[in-house]
Design a protein around this ligand. Structure first.
Ligand code: DOR
Ligand code: ZN
Length: 367
């Protein structure tokens, strides 16, 4: 019999569903990989920059609306969905208090201005440190989801051997953020560097981090050798030393800090005329990729102790942090090759990450 083990349904606590037809298709893929719900990022078009549909300005999508759209697309299968508010120049402390009081606001997302896909509406971090938004979040228990990369850097500092945008952010901005707002719940999203992992490790328990499958599996060399642009996401995959730190953090038996958040990001067109869209699509296949990554990190998933470490990362730490209902349903991973297929959205196609790579998946969800 192939190695197999059973897990509770899990929450993908960082994903992108977009809007319209893509939303329907990508939510289905998340249900297929046994998600009980998700934290769905607000960098839609238009961005989720207000609480209620009736709120001004009209050109933002509301949490109320997007949340309802995702639940409807899940056909009753998602137990809970968190839609963070996109922090913009229009976000005020009043909005935070109102949203928290109404129970609609659980999290806000900081995007470095122009730092990634759909980040055009972001304002610099200092804006919210100074205008009372972060204080209101700390006072009301609303979580800050941080895309931790310094914005506006020259290329020489953006990605070099000694420093990069994430390192600079975690060395210069995060310490001030954590020190100035000691009660603020923070999640460092999609960590990619040893510097970020070490920082999160040393913070109190209300500061956590999540890690994607691609950052556990690959390094910058995998992206550059053959320019495998399906692996182009932000923050970029880094060096093997960084990957080793991520693997150690995610697979430690004592892990209380790091949880699953795929950053699955559907793009129907990765390559453009003179650039590349950032984002890797891992809908349908994320638990399988995480399992493979854990084995690459040396975890024995045929053993109960190894399975418990995996479950802690995939199912427990994030669910408890966001106080989400514990799913009763289960699913089974089995050690057999996965048949990865492109996702059709109307007449367009989204290519899941491993299809662009030389990579055989070794785990599948038992049918
Ligand atoms: O690679 C990324 N893709 N990083 C992000 O921060 C955004 C995401 C997307 O929305 O496509
Ligand atoms: Zn993301």
């Amino acid at each position: 019999m192939a190695t197999e083990f059973t897990l509770p349904h899990w929450y993908d606590l960082h994903t992108h569903f977009r809007q319209d037809e893509t939303l329907q298709a990508t939510v289905k893929d998340h249900i297929h990989m046994n998600c009980a719900g998700a934290l769905a990022m607000p960098n839609t078009a238009p961005p989720v920059g207000k609480l209620f549909e009736a709120d001004k300005p009209e050109n933002y999508k509301s949490i109320e609306q997007y949340h309802a759209e995702i639940l409807a697309a899940s056909d009753g299968r998602f137990k809970e969905v968190i839609v963070p508010l996109y922090l913009t120049k229009d976000t005020s402390p009043d909005m935070i208090e109102k949203g928290a009081r109404a129970g609609i606001l659980k999290a806000c997302k900081y995007y470095p201005p122009h730092g990634t896909t759909g980040a055009e509406s972001g304002a610099p971090l200092d804006t919210y440190m100074e205008n009372g938004v972060f204080q209101a979040m700390a006072d009301t228990g609303v979580t800050l989801c941080v895309h931790g990369e310094e914005h506006g850097l020259d290329p020489e500092r953006y990605f070099d051997r000694g420093e990069n945008a994430e390192m600079i952010f975690y060395q210069e901005r995060m310490p001030r953020l954590v020190d100035n707002f000691p009660g603020l719940r923070i999640v460092g999203e999609h960590l990619t560097t040893k510097v970020a992992v070490d920082f999160i490790q040393d913070t109190p328990s209300h500061v956590k981090g999540n890690i994607t499958p691609q950052h556990l599996i690959y390094t910058i060399g995998h992206l550059l050798k053959g320019l495998k642009y399906h692996l182009y996401c932000l923050p970029l995959v880094k060096y093997s030393e960084d990957r080793a730190a991520l693997r150690k953090a995610a697979t430690s038996p004592n892990n209380t800090k790091f949880f699953a958040g795929t950053d699955s990001a559907p793009h129907v067109q990765k390559m453009t005329a003179c650039g590349c869209a950032a984002g890797c699509y891992t809908g349908r296949i994320a638990p399988q990729l995480y399992a493979q990554a854990f084995e690459m990190a040396g975890v024995d998933l045929s053993d109960q102790a190894g399975q418990a470490i995996f479950k802690n990362f995939l199912c427990t730490i994030g669910q408890e942090f966001y106080d989400l209902p514990e799913p009763e349903e289960t699913f089974t991973l089995e050690k057999k090759p996965e048949n990865v297929q492109p996702l059709k959205v109307g007449d367009q196609t989204i290519i899941p990450l491993p299809l662009g790579m030389d990579f055989d998946m070794t785990w599948r969800i038992k049918p």
